[in-house]
Design a protein around this ligand. Sequence first.
Ligand code: OOG
Ligand code: NI
Length: 466
Amino acid sequence: MPAQDFVSPDSIRAQFSAAMSLMYKQEVPLYGTLLELVSEINQQVMTQQPKVAEALRWTGEIERLDQERHGAIRVGTAQELATIGRLFAVMGMYPVGYYDLSSAGVPVHSTAFRAVHEQSLHISPFRVFTSLLRLELIDNPALRELAASILAKRQIFTPRALQLIAQFEADAGLNAADAEAFVNEALHTFRWHHDATVTAEQYQQLHDQHRLIADVVAFKGPHINHLTPRTLDIDAIQVGMPAKGIPPKAVIEGPPPRRCPILLRQTSFKALQERVAFTDQQGSEGGSHTARFGEIEQRGAALTPKGRVLYDQLLDAARADLGGVPAEANAERYMSLLGKRFEAFPDDLAQMREQGLAYFRYFPTEAGLSARDQAQRPTSLSALIEAGHVHFEALVYEDFLPVSAAGIFQSNLGEGAQSEYGSNANRDAFEQALGKSVQDELALYAESERRSLAACAQALNLPGLI
Ligand code: OOG
Ligand code: NI
């Protein structure tokens, strides 16, 4: 098959993301309500804050905003993780970053599968936070064995999906019909299954060890546990949720409200209680399981290593000021402490740029282009910016935050789910399970910034700019 007949992985990802959203709307109707709220608030921000709309127009994010979402799954074995990695590669999604959640009492480690080039991200920024259960952290050999033997029996991919993945790898692409078939087949892996794979008693055993273990082990597959749209104003969402019958978690994870958003702020609503049938139950008899929830996020500037160190320091300091974990009872105090600490983080794009705290995208302006052939013109980046020949916007953060992710896990696993696993980061083991290395997100932002500077240099005929 000639390569030109292949559908681009970016387009397969866009199709898959749309299909996933449709499926989740049917599975979790509250997700549809959430989408409506997000769309209302985004419209409001665009009309009331023209500067925000203008920035989104510069970066092109305005075109991807409505399709922007991330999902999350939890897989049980190395083999499942490796195959998930191959499945995502068909859609141009690659593992980026390593997240250790064990230090936060959740026996998993994770990566984010996503597109890595800004042009691909522009077509579809769909990402999936993917966690691998770490049975080796469970201090109960009998239970570990039970879980491993249950997991060894399941196959989370359809035969046709596996076949299409292999075909993609052999031919380096899929044609339109095969791509469509692939999207439908891949969707099955992420579906909710009402029928559990264990007896009620086994479920209870797994659950008593850790709710997350029951969620991963007791079902036929890694059901998508949330699908998160991107809002332009998460504080408005937090306030607007109760009126829509959606109770939010107590605190918004991540940085405090700012004029220039950085990284990622997230809130969520509690997991649904869903009816499930265990293998030893029939008819109306049955149990329940809480796994799936709703989450909303606001994205801001990707930070450089220097910016990230400052972010981590300020976040840690605010938590130390609080003297405990942020929760319902101390939410207001936490937000105020957080705000105080973050006064030390410049809330101004120009300052953030000058201090090297964030990554940026650079654009030649009309003025810059028309001055292109003038002998007397600024040539250094800062002078070009000063003269209005180059415009810059922050590069949007495409990844996740470990402390926030832990907060999201915790709020949905419920009280009492906190366990102690110590700090057990093991990136090597994760990569070995995955069968490849995870990419460094900071290097990706730096490359993206460099490409935008190179394009600017070329457009303005200033090879010395980079
Ligand atoms: C993943 C939780 C983390 C995020 O957005 O940080 C997450 C999970 O619950 O499986 O989704
Ligand atoms: Ni999430």
